[in-house]
Structures are given as structure tokens and as C-alpha cells.
Design a protein around this ligand. Structure first.
Ligand code: SAH
Length: 551
């Protein structure tokens, strides 16, 4: 009976949620259509109002939870819906872990077409309060300076000084900073006019050292009554070891500016990660969940050398402050790290020096692909290569150089299961097999998950490891391009209700300097005219590219 009725926008339908999409939405089927519902849990029986109906799928909003899933919990945060930071606060942590393991398995099987059984996910030691970095935009709420969050997909600040993902100690400091800014007559920045001084509060805390950095992001290079304000703050919170003013006078939604002015202490926070000493300035990349990152590094080490000392060379590509390589440097003869951010490479060298490892380490500041190609042409043959790229994954130049260097083992660490599967599939087409895949939960209550893959060199013609890969199906480039375009379209549709074409996506990608296939990228001849992406759609596509970590 269901099949004969066409679904309409605003229609109310019953729905049982049977799965989760990789972007964290629950999904059920009705009338032959997949219905995606944000905030739903597998096993929920719902009454759903349809917000958007497309040809093969629709988006719905929960009207009523008829029978809650046994995995459903009451979200323990007052701004859970409006903030949008916690995708999974309405489900139990064990259910979240099952879902994340499934995301990774689906990526490996469906996107990578890899025949590998994903291993049990390592849970985060802490479900809440795990973040060592806190960033709050400031706003005026009822005439008072308040920290908050941007509402999902907007720049409206929702007051919230008690985020469950942040340690309470940091939330208490945020509340006091707001009160002190107000007491000393500091104005709040207004995005619309570009006027006002205080933009963001940004805190970092060394999970092991307990050192805390307070960074005030300001539309100017000094605060009124600056010294007094800082004195009162550190008196109230002696655990604060440094206070920095970050200058950001640009009208942009990039949070941090480039100039840091130290107001108290030495402008850095020291900590350790797997016994590697790290010194962080406000701009350095650092894993946000330290105990879970230590688990991640532990898996990487097991995969790299089973935790045993070797006479091998390790190449750590996308090494940040060198922490992965340095955490296992005692097991290798030599460690080489490559990273594109100069400050991070400086940190890596300092960290190596502090460990007395300068002689056996080398850190190169360069693009991973360029450096790996150069190292390969110099004849470097490291036995183990670690890859830890950003969300967009590795480029072909990097992967090709990795294969040329012919390592016995490749350890691929990634915060994006889709690109991890794509890159692992590429390596599998070029002489490697995926032996193990372990997800690690670094981001409880959100849809994000880290994945560590171990790939091993197949031994020549007589492949000793049986990988069931259909080479015809493994057209990674086209599969990835299609997946990416489809993902972008679905994301834009879900967030804004706008439909965008491949052409428009290609135009925006091109504008962002992302290399494109010829046919989407350029008009076929000089004379041909292509429609230009309207501004509203351009913005929506930009947001999607940001969401997928492509810009
Ligand atoms: N392995 C590090 C950092 C991983 S995050 C850790 O565990 O902390 C990814 C790193 O890749 C970032 O430090 C980023 O600056 C770096 N990166 C991004 N694009 C790069 C490129 N093209 N070449 C080299 N490094 C790059």
C-alpha cells in the first residue's frame, strides 16, 4: 500500500531507524525511499515530518519519539540541539562506538572495496571533558559578555559556558575571563560591523603538565587596563601559566590571527605525549584528546614494528610536531619527518633535541609529496612509512613516492575513514595489502573517528597475502571523484536545501585551488559560455568543502 503514495514535503510518516549514515544521521526506509533523520538512533520508532523530498531519498525531522531505541539516552546538555557540536549525545557510548566501527568498516568495504575485517574500536578513556583545547566566540547576552558556540551552520552565538566536551576547569576560567573583560570595559567584537575588541577566548591545557594557556583573540593589539586584567586573572587561577593576546583584525571567520603578544609567562604550554615533550604555541597543531591520542600512537607503534626495536629507518609523513615518529624513535635507527608548517617543524626539532635525539632524527619542512618524491629519487628506502594526512587524505604524488621507496610496512593514520579507504585502496593496487584496521575514538559524542591501517608489502608475483580486490571495480579516481561530488551535493542539500551541479562544485573547487578534471574545470572552447555559480550556492559549496576538510 505504501508504494502507491508519493511522499510530500511536510507530510508526517512513521519511521523505524535501521542504520546510520556516515555523516551521523539516522536512516530508515519508507515508500521505497531512504529517509535521513538527524538526532535519531538505530532502533528508534519515530513519527517524522518530511522537510525535503528528493527522488531517491528524503530528509525528516523528529516529530515524536514513539518508542525510543534501547540505545537512546537523554542528552545531558541544555544546548545539545542548537549547538550541533555533539552528534551522538542522544545515544549511549557503547552504541556510538558500534556506529563508528561500522563507519570505518563501510568505508573500507564500500568505498575502498577492501576485504578487511575492522578490529574493535578503542574507546576514549574519557567520554566528556576530554578536550585540551577550547575555543569560544564572545557575544553580548542580556548586556553581559558571554562565551558561547556558533549555532549549527550559522554565526549566531549561543551562550554556553559549560560545554560537556571541555574540562570543567577550563569552563570556569572562561566564565571568569568574561567577567573580567566586562569589569575592565572591554568591548565585544561584532562580526557585522567589524567593530569591538574581544573576539574569541581560546584555551589550551597540557593534559599531563596541567599548564594552561589563556589566549584572547582581539581585533586590536592591546586591551584597556591590560596588566590589571591579567593580574586579576592569574591571581584567581594560579594554574594559568601564560596569557597571550592574539591579534586578528581581519573581517574573516578564521579564528586566529598571525601575531601573538605575550602578556604573561612565556607564551607557550609544555606537555608530554607518549613521553615526547611538546611545547605548544597558540597556533601549533595538537591532538585535542591527549589520553586517546596516546592510545592511537600505541596502535601506530604496534603496527610499525610490533613495539620491538629494529635496525630500520622510519619515515613519518605529515608529522606535525614530530610526535608520532619521536614516540617510537627509540625503536628505530633513524627517523625522518616531513611537515608543511614551519613552526611545527621547529617544534619537532626542539622536541627531538629535548629527548637527546637530534643525531638520529631529521625534520624536513616541505609538502609531503614533494619531499617524498625527492627522498625517493635520492634512493631512500625506509622500511616503515607512517602517513597521517589531513582530512582530504594523501595526494597521488605522495602515494606514488611511498610505493617507490618500497617500505615493508605502511601505517596509515587518518581522521577521515573515506579518504583512508581511498588511499589504502590505491596502495593495494600498487603492491600492498591491508592487514589490520583499528579505529580509535578521539572525539567521543561527535561523529568523528580516527583510523589506523597497517599495510604490508606483497611479496612479488607469488602474493602471499590474499586480497580479494576486483581491479576493474577499483577505479579509485573516478570512484572518489563521484563520491566526493555526491557527498558535496548531499551535504549542501541537507544544510541549505539548495541543489548544486557538478559544474558549480567544480567552479568553486577551482577557485579554491583544488585541482580539477579538465572537463569540469574549463570551458571546452574559449567561446563556450558556462553558467556561473550564484553567490548563495557558492557559499553553500564553500561550507561543504570546509566540512570535508578540502579547504
Ligand atoms: N602526525 C601529527 C599531525 C597530523 S595532522 C600528529 O599526530 O600530531 C596532519 C598534519 O599534516 C598537520 O600538521 C598539517 O600541517 C600537515 N600537512 C597538511 N598538508 C600537508 C602537506 N601537503 N604536506 C605536508 N604536511 C601537510
Amino acid at each position: 500500500m505504501q508504494d502507491s503514495v508519493e511522499l510530500q514535503k511536510n507530510q508526517s510518516i512513521p519511521l523505524t531507524v535501521t542504520g546510520l549514515s556516515s555523516d551521523g544521521n539516522g536512516v530508515g526506509h519508507y515508500n521505497g525511499l531512504a529517509i535521513f533523520v538527524a538526532g535519531s538512533v538505530v532502533g528508534d520508532s519515530l513519527q517524522v515530518r518530511l522537510a525535503k523530498v528528493c527522488k531517491n531519498y528524503a530528509y525528516g525531522i523528529i516529530e515524536k519519539i514513539v518508542t525510543p531505541s534501547p540505545d537512546r539516552t537523554v542528552p545531558d546538555c541544555p544546548v545539545y540541539r542548537s549547538c550541533g557540536g555533539c552528534d551522538f549525545r542522544m545515544m549511549s557510548y557503547p552504541a556510538e562506538l558500534r556506529a563508528k566501527k561500522e563507519f570505518v568498516q563501510n568505508a573500507m568495504t564500500r568505498l575502498g572495496r577492501l576485504d578487511v575485517q575492522v578490529e574493535n574500536i578503542l574507546p576514549s578513556p574519557q567520554e566528556n571533558g576530554y578536550r585540551n583545547k577550547v575555543q569560544y566566540p564572545l557575544t553580548l547576552s542580556n548586556g553581559h559578555i558571554t562565551a558561547g558556540f556558533y549555532a549549527a551552520r550559522s554565526h549566531r552565538v549561543i551562550p554556553c559556558e559549560g560545554c560537556r566536551l571541555q574540562p570543567e576547569q577550563l569552563n570556569a576560567i572562561v566564565t571568569d575571563v568574561c567577567a573580567l573583560l566586562e569589569k575592565h570595559g572591554v568591548s565585544v567584537y561584532d562580526e557585522a560591523t567589524g567593530k569591538g575588541l574581544a573576539r574569541h577566548i581560546y584555551l589550551r591545557r597540557g593534559a599531563h603538565s596541567g599548564q594552561i594557556m589563556v589566549c584572547l583573540v582581539c581585533n586590536g593589539n592591546r586591551l584597556p587596563r591590560q596588566q590589571q586584567l591579567v593580574q586579576e586573572l592569574v591571581l584567581a587561577h594560579p594554574e594559568i601559566t601564560t596569557v597571550v593576546l592574539n591579534v586578528n583584525t581581519r573581517q574573516t571567520n578564521v579564528i586566529m590571527g598571525e601575531q601573538n603578544i605575550t602578556l604573561y609567562g612565556d607564551g607557550t604550554v609544555c606537555d608530554t605525549l607518549c613521553n615526547v615533550p611538546v611545547r605548544l604555541n597558540p597556533l601549533s597543531f595538537y591532538q585535542v584528546n591527549t589520553p586517546a591520542a596516546e592510545q592511537l600512537y600505541g596502535v601506530a607503534q604496534q603496527f610499525a614494528c610490533r613495539g620491538e626495536a629494529t635496525d630500520d629507518t622510519l619515515l613519518d609523513l605529515y608529522c606535525g610536531a614530530g610526535t608520532i615518529g619521536l614516540s617510537m624513535a627509540h625503536l628505530f635507527k633513524r627517523v625522518i619527518g616531513v611537515e608543511i608548517i614551519p613552526q611545527a617543524i621547529e617544534n619537532a626539532r626542539e622536541n627531538a633535541a629535548a629527548m637527546g635525539l637530534s643525531d638520529k632524527t631529521r625534520f624536513i619542512c616541505a609538502d609531503a609529496g614533494t619531499a617524498a618524491t625527492q627522498l625517493a629519487s635520492e634512493g631512500l628506502t625506509p622500511q616503515v612509512i607512517v602517513l597521517d594526512p589531513p582530512r582530504k587524505g594523501c595526494d597521488d604524488a605522495t602515494l606514488a613516492a611511498v610505493v617507490t621507496m618500497n617500505p615493508r610496512r605502511i601505517v596509515l593514520v587518518s581522521c577521515n575513514p573515506a579518504t583512508a579507504a581511498r588511499d589504502a585502496a590505491w596502495l593495494c593496487q600498487n603492491g600492498y595489502a591491508v592487514l589490520r584496521v583499528t579505529p580509535v575514538d578521539l572525539f567521543p559524542r561527535t561523529k568523528h573517528v580516527e583510523t589506523v591501517c597497517l599495510l604490508s608489502k606483497l611479496s612479488g608475483a607469488k602474493n602471499t597475502i590474499d586480497v580479494k580486490v576486483d581491479m576493474d571495480e577499483l577505479d579509485v579516481t573516478s570512484a572518489e571523484t563521484k563520491a566526493t561530488y555526491e557527498e558535496i551535493k548531499a551535504y549542501v542539500l541537507e544544510q541549505t536545501g539548495l541543489q548544486v551541479s557538478n559544474l558549480y562544485i567544480a567552479q568553486v573547487k577551482r577557485e579554491c585551488g583544488i585541482i580539477e578534471r579538465e572537463n569540469y574545470n574549463n570551458p571546452k572552447s574559449e567561446e563556450s559560455r558556462q553558467p556561473q555559480c550564484p553567490e548563495e550556492k557558492r557559499k553553500a559549496i564553500m561550507e561543504a568543502l570546509k566540512h570535508f576538510g578540502m579547504v
